[in-house]
Design a protein around this ligand. Structure first.
Ligand SMILES: [Zn+2]
Length: 255
């Protein structure tokens, strides 16, 4: 069994550490901030062997130089931003990364940024979605197009439904308040929004999430839902058009 630690960084970022107690190998997903990650490694007595980066944004890579130099970890990130950030190895669609006897599959999920990738460990059904899919949300589209982001979300949606999905930020409070404006009759969503609000009041994380739950509650994955389409008055639109409209409304949502 691998041990997984979610590490809050900066104001709302998450890094994740995976440790295999048999091989003693430790993998970090994203490097938002040095000190909380080093504190965790020190406390656990772990040596950082590998780092995977989801995309080139500063709040995901700024800890790389210090974290790499601590234990000379091997850093991998998207091919597209390899020259900009300076990973040891670049990855792209279908690349497989070996870590502690496990196969980690690389899925390109552009939209938030063009280089964005999601890492999927099939043997443990773990997905690291970075800033592509959040609990009850999806990333803001900075570099790509809504169609691109929609395709990326559908790639994540097609993973096994019991996949445990980690994301790069704690945005669920706002995502839940927005989701209920899009899908107000969805009882699963209303129940989840209530529990999210309680967790956030207690400063508890809402990451990770289970894909099956997202499929029932995340509005960006429910573009074929009749009630959502009626609500948006987009009965005859394509799924990608419904997705784009939901994302546009979120961009203008304050709450
Ligand atoms: Zn980002």
């Amino acid at each position: 069994m691998i041990e997984i630690v979610l590490i809050p960084c900066l104001s709302d970022n998450y890094a994740v550490l995976l440790h295999d107690p048999q091989s003693l190998q430790t993998l970090l997903i994203d490097a938002p901030e040095v000190s909380p990650i080093i504190d965790c490694l020190d406390e656990k007595g772990w040596r950082l062997t590998d780092i995977l980066i989801t995309h080139h944004h500063f709040d995901h890579v700024q800890g790389l130089p210090s974290l790499k130099s601590r234990d000379n970890a091997c850093v991998r990130g998207p091919n597209m931003s390899k020259a900009e950030i300076g990973y040891d190895y670049g990855v792209s669609e279908g690349s497989s990364v070996q870590w502690s006897g496990r196969n980690i599959i690389v899925i390109e999920t552009p939209g938030h940024t063009l280089d964005h990738v999601t890492y999927f460990i099939a043997s443990e059904k773990l997905a690291f979605c970075g800033d592509t899919m959040f609990t009850l949300g999806c990333g803001r589209i900075f570099e790509g197009t809504p169609d691109m982001m929609w395709n990326s979300m559908m790639k994540i949606a097609s993973l096994p439904s019991d996949t445990i999905c980690y994301s790069g930020h704690e945005y669920t409070g706002s995502n839940a308040r927005f989701a209920v404006t899009i899908d107000p009759e969805n009882q699963s969503l209303l129940d989840l929004a209530k529990s999210v609000s309680e967790k956030r009041s207690a400063n508890l994380p809402t990451v990770p999430t289970i894909l099956a739950t997202e499929l029932k509650t995340n509005p960006y994955l429910r573009t074929d839902d009749e009630e959502i389409r009626n609500h948006l008055n987009l009965q005859n639109a394509t799924d990608a058009e419904v997705f784009a409209e939901i994302r546009r409304r979120k961009d203008n949502f304050s709450g």
